[in-house]
Design a protein around this ligand. Structure first.
Ligand code: MCU
Length: 434
């Protein structure tokens, strides 16, 4: 793992006393780990088979490990998160392959090119760049699809806009057995991975190219992502599955995005079978859950939890029931419990308190929190605390959806065995996840 991880892990081991520690905890809470998947080295037990999943009408306990015990320290979250990631890949979105053998490309003031080679196959795509005023290198927000996101506000806040065409990486309008786009050119047209995860892979490769560039135009440690509607679903999955993304801002994502799957039927949102069938957004394996989400071993509150402690600003529209705003609010409330347990409650914002009911409208209410989030997580000059701000008409009750309580997690040092001669120092053990 990289140096940034070590810093975060060491900060988390400091005793939780005194004002100085609060500052340290805040600094640690802000740090994105700097690698795509911090828990890649975790040993995850065998996942359940689709056929043997129990029915559970409640949201699964995000703190409960596959072995049945609950995590009790913050350091255990890293590998519990990896379990959630693997479950989400297996049952919801399809697998996201790790970084391909070769990724090359260029970053200019106007364009990013990406070339990928893997197992004898290759593909390429590009994305437009619009810089803000001022002197770089700049942070950047990847904007999917070009509508719904306030790109003027993003640039005015000091971040570049990367205009990403998700369809270049995973096309819509194709049958599940003939998926197309740069991802499927590499991993095959019959890959069971859905479009949302393919889009996620594409953004990860853009970040690879930024990391490999000379760093004079765009900063690799300050990437955000946003998009509205189907591209809100995309932004949600993209941010969840790449921990280099410091700020994720999904807008009005609807079914297959933020809303808890278990809440969608009761709320009358776009049905799971409709969302599954409309486009191959979700992975093929989700087909077995479209009639009954209660057998899912995870739900989207745990996808929200995968972001913790990174920046997450979910924007939602309470005026369109088809979007499942009540279910999205419950996902935020449930995921926020993990943020709380990690001491990062101020890093998540959910906002559906808006006037204009038009889908993907440009909204005055979101401009200030959008810019505050960009300044805090990307420009790194701000410190505004996030908040959960759910419109009265879309209030959900987390208590009705859970049968678990949020633990007080001990500091990481609780799990570190006393060091013995010849073994690595305690902080090193923590940082490598042992
Ligand atoms: C909310 O996102 C989708 C919705 O899931 C689809 O059913 C509909 O066709 O398109 C929405 C969208 O992407 O609108 C721009």
């Amino acid at each position: 793992t990289g140096a940034a991880t070590v810093v975060a892990a060491e900060a988390a081991t400091l005793p939780a006393t005194g004002a100085a520690t609060v500052v340290t905890a805040q600094a640690s809470a802000l740090a994105a780990p700097g690698i795509e998947d911090e828990g890649a080295d975790c040993v995850v037990p065998a996942l359940p088979d689709a056929g043997s999943l129990p029915t559970n009408a409640m949201l699964p306990d995000p703190f409960k490990k596959l072995n049945g015990t609950r995590i009790s320290t913050t350091s255990e979250w890293r590998c519990r998160r990896e379990e959630i990631k693997k479950l989400a890949e297996k049952f919801v979105y399809g697998e996201k392959p790790p970084k391909p053998a070769t990724v090359t490309g260029t970053v200019s003031n106007t364009n990013i090119t990406v070339n990928v080679n893997h197992n004898g196959r290759s593909s390429s795509f590009s994305a437009g760049v619009q810089l803000p005023s001022g002197t770089g290198p700049f942070p950047a927000v990847v904007v999917l699809g070009g509508f719904g996101a306030d790109t003027a506000a993003i640039r005015a806040a000091g971040a570049a806009v990367i205009n990403y065409d998700p369809y270049a990486v995973g096309r819509e309008g194709t049958p599940r057995n003939n998926k197309q786009g740069a991802f499927y050119s590499i991993y095959g047209a019959t890959s069971s991975t859905g479009l949302l995860m393919a889009w996620s892979w594409g953004v990860s490769r853009i970040i690879d190219v930024i990391e490999q560039s000379n760093g004079t135009i765009l900063r690799a440690d300050a990437t955000g992502v946003t998009g509205c509607s189907r591209f809100g679903k995309g932004a949600f999955v993209i941010g969840a599955f790449d921990q280099r993304i410091a700020l994720t801002m999904p807008i009005e994502s609807g079914s297959a995005g933020a809303p808890i799957f278990r809440g969608i039927p009761g709320e009358g949102a776009q049905s799971l079978s409709s969302a599954y069938g409309e486009q191959p957004w979700l992975g093929d394996a989700f087909s077995t859950f479209t009639g009954n989400p209660n057998r899912l071993p995870i739900d989207t509150h745990e996808i929200v939890a995968m972001f913790a402690p990174r920046g997450l600003f979910i924007m939602d529209n309470p005026h369109i029931a088809n979007l499942g705003p009540r279910s999205a609010g419950v996902a935020a409330l449930g995921g926020a419990e993990v943020y709380k347990a990690l001491g990062a409650a101020g890093n998540i914002t959910y906002w559906s308190d808006i006037q204009d009911g038009n889908h993907c409208a440009n909204r005055a209410e979101w401009r200030t929190p959008l810019q505050q989030n960009i300044q805090k997580f990307l420009v790194k000059t701000g410190s505004a605390a996030g908040s959960i701000r759910i419109a009265a008409k879309a209030q959900g009750n987390l208590a009705q959806w859970r049968d678990w309580q949020t633990p007080t997690l001990g500091s990481s040092s609780d799990t570190i065995p006393p060091s013995t001669p010849g073994t690595p120092a305690a902080s090193t053990v923590t940082a490598t996840g042992a």
